[in-house]
Ligand binder design. Structure first.
Ligand code: HEM
Length: 462
């Protein structure tokens, strides 16, 4: 029997706008939607959207035959920065399929093994920074220094000098402004957009600056390939690859879009994961003790032992900790899909209109008690023990999105996070710099706000 989809109380014209306005948007969305399982409907002015909070119902929307990624307003605006790069492209765009085919092997297990030395190099810079001064460290800020550098070096052999200067590199400043501006544009009535003279001018200047910098890098490689032939990075791969199906490669403009995409999609997410992991370990001393034990066992035969890609599997408990962190604090707390035609879901119960945003609320899906037990709010890495993993429905965990449009950088991110966490635990003890209650920062990703730690060098275990 078709049933009306429930919704929080609405106002006549503005709908649920009053529940979304003021305060931090992510906090509000989490709070407004949490008591509606399995589904709710929101109306914000004339925009209608559905929110799914239940794993079993979500499964129906994961059917790629009937549903696909929805390019929502902020992502549409982001296209003026990242064009038809993988994240912002429509699935039916030719450049998405082509780039997906060319780039998938570049992010496979075998290929990312090449990036471990570059990751370790930058992790060492982070450790040196904390060894010099480890007091009152803004964890998200320093993790972002790390993840930005790692993407720069692995992506196109470029250092932004994040560890050499306290001030941000102009590229970082430009990119952060551009992303925030896209989110602000999405929340602004279209007729007001051309009137934001100052912001629009600055936006165009920043985007031009980013494009020029990247075009220069690409041009240098195109003109002197022999000088860069030994570089193992994503840029060389994109310049040298031809798509087997179409027989063509990526254009220089598309390559630039992909690089911006990796910078945007890859830095804040991994930084948030590492920050929440340290938060969770600070809160859970027994789990921290076991993590130290795993790391100490690895370095038992020499503290200088260099981590390689093959060692990734040896840090089983660290991986469990990171996965559990992604469960409770998915850096992208939601992703959005749409039905290609009108449909019913939930055993023909809920009517879903075609081309309407369906928010898959990973934050709530990861707390669905049917799949995560009666105390889903508890941080418990055993949720990702081999046995628990084997028993659990694969669709219960969606921190990296779904299907064809899921995260291409997930193995890269997990490798970087494991390597970083292992080296931090090998070298440091950490405690809160002051009293701390978790709250989420206002940003595109979920991040702990004002999260500060004191790092103290560890005495090497005897
Ligand atoms: C912990 C770290 C990360 C998390 C939690 C994460 C999460 C996600 C999620 C949820 C999506 C799907 C978005 C959607 O459906 O709209 C996605 C897509 C994507 N991610 Fe990640 N990501 C992470 C790291 C990375 C890294 C390191 C890179 C690249 C170096 C990257 C590149 C991408 C790209 C290119 C896409 C779009 C894929 C496509 O649609 O073809 N991500 N990511």
């Amino acid at each position: 029997m078709p049933t009306k989809i429930p919704h929080p109380p609405r106002k006549l014209v503005t709908g649920n706008l009053h529940q979304m306005n003021g305060g931090k948007i992510m906090d509000r969305l989490i709070a407004v939607t949490k008591d509606f399982r399995p589904i709710l409907e929101l109306k914000v002015l004339n925009i209608q959207l559905y929110v799914i909070n239940d794993v079993d119902l979500a499964k129906e929307v994961y059917d790629d035959h009937f549903y696909d990624k929805f390019i929502d307003k902020p992502v549409e605006h982001l296209r003026s920065v990242a064009g038809d790069g993988l994240f912002t492209a429509y699935t039916e765009e030719e450049n998405w399929t082509k780039a997906h085919r060319i780039l998938t092997p570049a992010f496979g297990h075998e290929a990312i093994a090449n990036y471990v030395p570059m990751m370790l190099d930058n992790v060492q810079k982070l450790l040196d920074r904390w060894a010099k001064n480890g007091i009152n460290i803004d964890v998200c800020e320093d993790m972002t220094r790390l993840t930005f550098e790692v993407i720069g070096v692995c992506g196109f052999d470029y250092s932004f000098g994040c560890f050499d200067n306290e001030e941000q590199h102009p590229f970082v400043e430009a990119m952060v402004f551009a992303i925030e501006e896209c989110v602000r544009r999405a929340r602004t009535a279209p007729f007001l957009l051309p009137l934001r003279f100052k912001k629009n001018k600055l936006f165009n200047q920043y985007v031009d600056y980013m494009n020029d910098l990247l075009d220069n890098v690409i041009q240098k490689r195109r003109s002197n390939p022999q000088d860069y032939s030994d570089k193992i990075d994503l840029l060389n791969l994109m310049l040298q690859s031809t798509d087997k199906l179409s027989g063509t490669g990526l254009t220089d403009e598309n390559i630039r879009h992909q690089i911006v995409t990796f910078m945007v999609a890859g830095h804040e997410t991994t930084s948030a994961l590492l920050s929440f992991a340290l938060y969770s370990l600070t809160e859970n001393k027994t789990i921290l003790k076991r993590a130290y034990a795993e790391v100490d066992a690895f370095f038992a035969n020499g503290s200088e032992r260099i981590i390689s890609h093959e060692d990734f599997m040896q840090f089983e408990y660290l991986r469990q900790i990171l996965m559990e962190t992604l469960r409770l604090y998915p850096p992208l707390a939601l992703f959005t899909r749409y039905a290609k035609e009108d449909r019913f879901i939930g055993k023909e119960k809920y009517p879903i209109k075609a081309n309407t945003a369906i928010i898959m609320m990973a934050y709530h899906l990861h707390r669905d008690p049917k799949h995560w037990g009666p105390t889903p709010e508890t941080f418990d890495p055993e949720h990702f023990s081999k046995e628990a993993f084997r028993k659990r429905d694969r669709d219960a965990f969606k921190a990296f999105g779904h299907g064809l449009r899921s995260c291409i950088g997930q193995h890269f991110a997990m490798l970087e996070a494991v390597v970083t966490l292992a080296k931090i635990l090998q070298n440091f003890e950490f405690t809160y710099s002051g009293p701390y209650n978790l709250s989420y920062a206002e940003s595109v990703t979920l991040r702990p706000e004002n999260f500060k730690l004191d790092f103290k060098r560890r005495k090497q275990p005897s």
